[in-house]
Design a protein around this ligand. Structure first.
Ligand SMILES: NC(=O)c1ccc[n+]([C@@H]2O[C@H](COP(=O)([O-])OP(=O)(O)OC[C@H]3O[C@@H](n4cnc5c(N)ncnc54)[C@H](OP(=O)(O)O)[C@@H]3O)[C@@H](O)[C@H]2O)c1
Length: 284
């Protein structure tokens, strides 16, 4: 009762932990990341910055989010950041600096430090049905988003999160169910997903007291699948098959898995954890 009153009067309640916080979602323009942006706004984050791979996708996402949440328009910013280039570390550094500045301009503060960082940005999955077709160039390309970016993000985020006055900062990475459940043709993705699990636990020590965790989604119906060689019919069939096979009886939607990211930002007791949200895939 007391907390209800304090929230309604605009004060911060015990569970309103994103109030006053600045959340940066790298990959927030679409898919799971976009849902994390919207979930963060609904969970009361004071500032949310999203990134897209291009100026167009970042601007489109910003316009859509502002239209969906007109009351939060001034609290949301979007920054284009292409992470596919060899300048990835400098690009991440520039992103953090820009995120701090752009939100400062909106709020008339000198600088607006980032409190929580979420990484969902990634390029299309590399699936190799016949291992004989796999090349070194493919392996190196696949490593960009699922090995190099998470590691360099840990390095860059460590410096910027230290500027926050909050002692509750976090970095949340994204892995995938393939880390636990092998599937023919998925060797490259299984290797990189399992690597993110190990990286998460180790970064939790390297970045302490910043908390470092990861979300492990199972199948989620997003544009990620459209970017594979699946046809529209194959993609639709996959959603149906997942719904038939999974204990939850449905394919996950981005609104489902976004909750795991919000949880990891809010639980000050969680670090080095991998939160699984997989439709019960672990049970079958
Ligand atoms: N969907 C699933 O079933 C599933 C399951 C397990 C794990 N995951 C993992 O979850 C993460 C998010 O997946 P998703 O399904 O949300 O994918 P998605 O809908 O395809 O979204 C991918 C995001 O990455 C960004 N991105 C792509 N290329 C980029 C680049 N060169 N530079 C910077 N950003 C770039 C996209 O930005 P633009 O739109 O602006 O290009 C977009 O915001 C991935 O790591 C994926 O492997 C997904």
């Amino acid at each position: 009762m007391t907390h209800e009153v304090s929230i309604m009067s605009g004060k911060i309640g015990r569970f309103n932990k994103l109030a006053g916080k600045h959340v940066l979602v790298i990959g927030g323009s679409s898919g799971i990341g976009r849902a994390v942006v919207e979930a963060s706004i609904e969970a009361g984050a004071s500032r949310v910055t999203l990134t897209g791979s291009s100026a167009e996708s970042a601007a489109r996402a910003l316009a859509e989010v502002q239209s969906a949440y007109p009351g939060a328009s001034a609290r949301v910013a979007a920054i284009p950041c292409d992470l596919s280039r060899d300048s990835v570390e400098a690009d991440l550094e520039a992103l953090f600096v820009e995120a701090e500045k752009s939100q400062a301009a909106a709020t008339a503060a000198a600088t607006t430090a980032i409190d929580h960082v979420v990484l969902t940005a990634a390029d299309p999955l590399l699936l190799v049905p016949d291992l004989q077709d796999l090349s070194l160039a493919q392996i190196r390309r696949a490593a960009r988003f699922r090995m190099e970016v998470p590691l360099l993000l840990g390095k860059v985020a460590a410096r910027h999160l230290a500027r926050s006055s909050s002692s509750e900062c976090s970095l949340t990475l994204t892995t995938g169910g393939i880390a636990d459940q092998p599937s023919a043709g998925w060797s490259v993705m299984a290797y990189l997903a399992a690597g993110i699990t190990g990286l998460t636990r180790n970064l939790a020590l390297d970045l302490k007291p910043v908390r470092v965790n990861a979300v492990e989604p199972g199948f989620v119906d997003t544009g990620l699948w459209a970017a594979t060689e699946f046809t529209a019919e194959q993609a639709a069939a996959q959603v149906r098959q997942v719904a038939e096979r999974m204990p939850t009886g449905r394919a996950a939607e981005v609104e489902d898995v976004a909750e795991a990211y919000v949880y990891l930002m809010k639980d000050r007791n969680a670090t080095g954890e991998i939160v699984k949200t997989r439709s019960g895939a672990n049970l079958i």
